[in-house]
Ligand binder design. Structure first.
Ligand SMILES: *Cc1c(COP(=O)(O)O)cnc(C)c1O
Length: 464
């Protein structure tokens, strides 16, 4: 097993607190068995999310000093606009404070009540904005995406037969666009292939349906295309990223992921009318169209981050570090989603804890017990995240009941990965002693962020 050495050296360090298992049991109880409610100070290695957790480069920190904080027409906006046009190839851009703000504007503009929005698996905020705009999300991802043991190289792909079926059922005029995500987050960071997006483009042209890209992890996806798809081994990441975007009509992007900054997002499109309307909307919800929800310095760091993100050596190290953690868990026999995704390793809680019913939240309790055992913070991606069906009010019971170990970019080293894998392997050995949970507080929307739980039986997992 190979660890690709970091293509950077460390210039600034941030000390982290070491805690004991007893400290951590107390902390997780206080957090209602929800790792979102832990204090960062009580966490040793934070694999909750790769969102906004990247380490910035010296060039990005320098860019922060170059912020032009003019209310209108900041030079950082024009640099960001040019960078996005250059790297992703879209004509127009509207900055927003995060990806979800771009999703809000996009959904309100394109979706009419009663519309259907097909997508290659849902993402929490994306689907919610589609529903709030009166649309119904329809999952059209390939079946392999729901099988944690399938080794399909492009489990993020859209199943064209499912697209055809939807068009036959509801009619193309009820489908404003396909919500197409690269390195599908909820499927385990699984990529799409160029062949798939080309086929989808042809289909959508025939039926006059748009393709809107969730561009949040396109760079990571490009690495999988470079290493897995015929004809792409000698293309640069930059070329592949541009090719992916070229098949789409626009995008939403959370720049807190691929783009190597701690905050920000944008909406981009080629259509003139959409651009005019998006600018009108952004001033209502975010700020003037030349800053959206960002300061000038945020936009400067973002433009620099986008340029750094498409460096071939960087992205190879980035995706291979994730793969290394996965390989170590494979060695220990810990069940997880394969092939390994780009930004995270997803433990399969149904196979890790087969004795816990899905309505007793196996992924939620697994994340809590990983924290108690190791000080590593992970995130539930299963029943709790999926929420309740708005029509029936019942838990959605997604096929995937996962715990996500998400790797921040350029933050942790090989020894942090080793420590994580060894701790989880230890917990796996005593998995029989882990018991299920029940709600003591359940929010209505995006419940996973603030829900609180308690164990169904007194906790008896000994920590080593
Ligand atoms: C994070 C994320 C979003 C939402 O972006 P925010 O910046 O958190 O608002 C949308 N889609 C995907 C795939 C994401 O990972």
């Amino acid at each position: 097993m190979k660890y690709i050495p970091e293509p950077f050296r460390i210039k600034t360090v941030e000390p982290i607190k070491m805690t004991t298992p007893a400290d951590r049991r107390k902390a997780i109880e206080e957090a209602g068995y929800n790792t979102f409610l832990l204090k960062s100070d009580d966490v040793y290695i934070d694999l909750l999310t790769d969102s906004g957790t990247s380490a910035m480069s010296d060039a990005q920190w320098a860019a922060l000093q170059m912020g032009d904080e003019a209310y209108a027409g900041s030079k950082n906006f024009y640099d960001l606009e040019k960078t996005i046009q250059d790297i992703y190839g879209y004509k127009h851009i509207v900055p927003t404070h995060q990806g979800r703000a771009a999703e809000h504007i996009l959904s309100q503009y394109l979706i009419k009540k009663g519309d259907h929005v097909p997508g290659n698996m849902y993402f929490t905020t994306t689907r919610l904005h589609q529903e709030l705009a009166g649309g119904k999300f329809v999952d059209v991802i390939v079946g392999e995406a729901h099988d944690t043991t399938s080794t399909h190289p492009f489990k993020g792909n859209v199943d064209m037969a499912k697209m055809q079926r939807l068009v036959d059922e509801v009619g193309a005029d009820k489908i404003p666009y396909v919500s197409y995500e690269t390195c599908v987050n909820m499927a385990g960071g699984q990529p799409i292939s160029i062949a798939n997006i080309r086929e989808l483009r042809k289909f959508c042209d025939k039926h006059d349906i748009k393709i809107m890209l969730d561009n949040t992890r396109t760079v990571e996806n490009a690495y999988f295309i470079q290493t897995r798809e015929d004809g792409y081994a000698n293309k640069s990441i930059k070329e592949i990223v541009k090719e992916i975007c070229s098949y789409t009509d626009g995008c939403t992007c959370s720049s807190k992921k691929d783009c190597l900054v701690n905050i920000g997002g944008f909406l981009a499109m080629n259509d003139e009318d959409f651009f005019i309307e998006a600018k009108a909307q952004v001033v209502i919800y975010e700020g003037l169209h030349t800053y959206g929800g960002m300061s000038g310095r945020d936009m400067a760091a973002l433009a620099q981050g986008i340029r750094e993100s498409v460096d071939d050596d960087y992205i190879k190290y980035r995706v291979e570090q994730t793969n290394y953690l996965g390989e170590r868990l494979t060695e220990a026999g810990v069940p997880h989603v394969i092939p390994h995704g780009g930004h995270a390793i997803f433990l399969d809680a149904k196979r890790f804890l087969p004795h816990i019913d899905q309505d007793q939240f196996p992924a939620q309790v697994l994340a809590a017990e990983i924290y108690t055992e190791t000080g590593v913070r992970a995130m539930e991606r299963g029943n709790v995240s999926a929420g309740r069906d708005p029509e029936t009010g019942k838990n959605r019971h997604p096929a995937l009941e996962l715990v996500r170990l998400t790797i921040p970019r350029r933050v942790y080293t090989q020894s942090h990965m080793d420590y994580t894998a060894e701790g989880i392997a230890r917990l796996y050995e005593k998995r029989d002693q882990i018991k299920g949970l029940k709600f003591i507080f359940e929010p209505k929307q995006l419940r996973f962020f603030q829900a609180r739980f308690k164990p169904l039986e007194p906790v008896a997992v000994p920590t080593s």
